[in-house]
Write a protein that binds this ligand. Structure first.
Ligand SMILES: *Cc1c(COP(=O)(O)O)cnc(C)c1O
Length: 403
């Protein structure tokens, strides 16, 4: 039954027959997992009520977390698998923790009186949130000229002695392109020792190791002190999982660890939340420890990227749209148009086939006008993929016959 908003009614009942129906698959803008395969749905059904925090009742949880962290350490070239890490509720919580660890470290060793954090204007809103909540100065850097990612030189210049972190984004939410982490680190090194780099790889943490293996962005870059990703984006788990890994214990001040002995079995813990479902962690552990786990991620992502590239190539025809991301490094197709209504002409036609595509002014470079994005996620069946491409082709060539 279709959910209709009814503002006037004072009371509602949310019976199971009246649960709002929404086809998450049709929302092309979202990065989060849209289709849960049956084995992950089974995990959610069985472990959904197990509390991630209760290590004495569910002793398998810390082992699953350790196995996931080992997988991510391998993907991100972190030598010390046992260095500080955490399974958190999402990349937003990860960002808060990365920022707090850096703030506490700066309080002990840093210079100046007012700490600041540097990020591009297109970075995720969680960094603005971190800075507002903990009263840190946020220094944002806009992209120059016709670019849509910040110039690493501008990011480096914005850093000072009191910069607790320079945040590089691996996958700007609005278009999916990457900050140049290696270039930023090199410039910071030339400026003198000090500014640590955090990589917000909410989407890129699970794509870059497979689609951009030649790009230097992870713990191989000495300035990178911490990295986060979202399990529930290209990590392919259900909603409610993020990961944060620090390079070593030196970058996670020891006093931030806590113990909760009455549930914890003496285990140390870190995080901003407490009780949560263990299901997404169990799903991630399944995905990262099954046979050929990395090959399967690689296969899925190349498959998504091929469809994204086909969509991008259709959009770069005589549509008047500027393709910002061709979907190769990250299965996201982003497009912009300076003409008023240009992007909406395309997205409205897609809407006729049921596809929802968000449109928004480009924050990383407002001069380029309105932007839209299509995130091609793993898990779409062949008929859905065919339908999506057919809709795109029809939307860009409305006079063409139905495919
Ligand atoms: C999605 C996203 C976030 C927030 O992640 P959640 O897991 O939704 O909390 C942070 N940063 C970037 C770059 C993102 O794409």
């Amino acid at each position: 039954m279709k959910y209709e908003r009814d503002q006037g009614r004072p009371a509602r009942r949310w019976g199971v027959d009246f649960l709002p129906q929404a086809d998450t698959m049709l929302n092309l803008g979202s990065y989060t997992t849209a289709v849960l395969p049956p084995e992950l749905a089974r995990i959610a059904e069985h472990l959904g009520g197990h509390n991630l925090m209760n290590n004495s009742e569910y002793p398998y949880v810390p082992d699953m977390i350790a196995d996931c962290v080992a997988g991510l350490s391998e993907l991100w070239h972190r030598g010390r698998h046992e260095a500080p890490s955490a399974a958190v509720s999402g990349s937003t919580e990860a960002a808060m923790l990365a920022g707090l660890a850096a703030l506490h470290r700066w309080k002990r060793t840093g210079v100046g009186n007012r700490p600041n954090l540097v990020a591009s204007a297109g970075a995720h809103v969680c960094w603005r949130r971190f800075c507002t909540y903990w009263d840190i100065e946020l220094r944002t850097v806009a992209a120059a000229g016709a670019a849509v990612v910040a110039d690493p030189a501008d990011l480096a210049r914005a850093c000072s002695e009191s910069t607790i972190l320079a945040v590089a984004t691996l996958g700007y939410p609005e278009h999916g392109l990457f900050d140049d982490v290696a270039a930023l680190a090199e410039l910071l090194r030339a400026q003198g020792p000090g500014t640590p780099v955090h990589v917000d790889a909410a989407s890129g943490g699970f794509t870059a190791p497979f689609l951009s293996a030649g790009t230097l962005w992870d713990f191989l870059v000495p300035e990178v002190v911490s990295i986060n990703t979202s399990g529930h984006k290209f990590g392919q788990t259900g909603l409610g999982l993020g990961w944060i890994l620090w390079r070593d214990a030196d970058h996670f001040p020891a006093h931030l660890w806590h113990e909760a002995d009455y549930v914890g079995n003496g285990k140390r813990d870190l995080g901003l939340t407490f009780s949560r479902s263990a299901a997404p962690v169990a799903q991630q552990a399944h995905l990262l420890t099954r046979a050929g786990a990395f090959e399967r991620y690689g296969y899925d992502l190349r498959d998504c990227s091929a469809l994204a590239a086909a969509i991008a190539s259709a959009l770069s025809g005589d549509t008047g749209l500027t393709v910002l991301n061709d979907g190769r490094a990250m299965p996201v197709v982003a497009f912009a148009d300076r003409r008023s209504g240009g992007v909406e002409t395309f997205t409205n036609r897609m809407r006729e086939d049921g596809w929802i595509i968000p449109t928004y002014p480009l924050t990383s470079n407002p001069e380029l006008g309105q932007c839209g994005r299509i995130v091609v996620k793993p898990g779409l069946s062949a008929p859905v993929r065919d339908r999506l491409l057919a809709s795109v082709l029809r939307a860009v060539r409305p006079q063409a016959v139905d495919l």
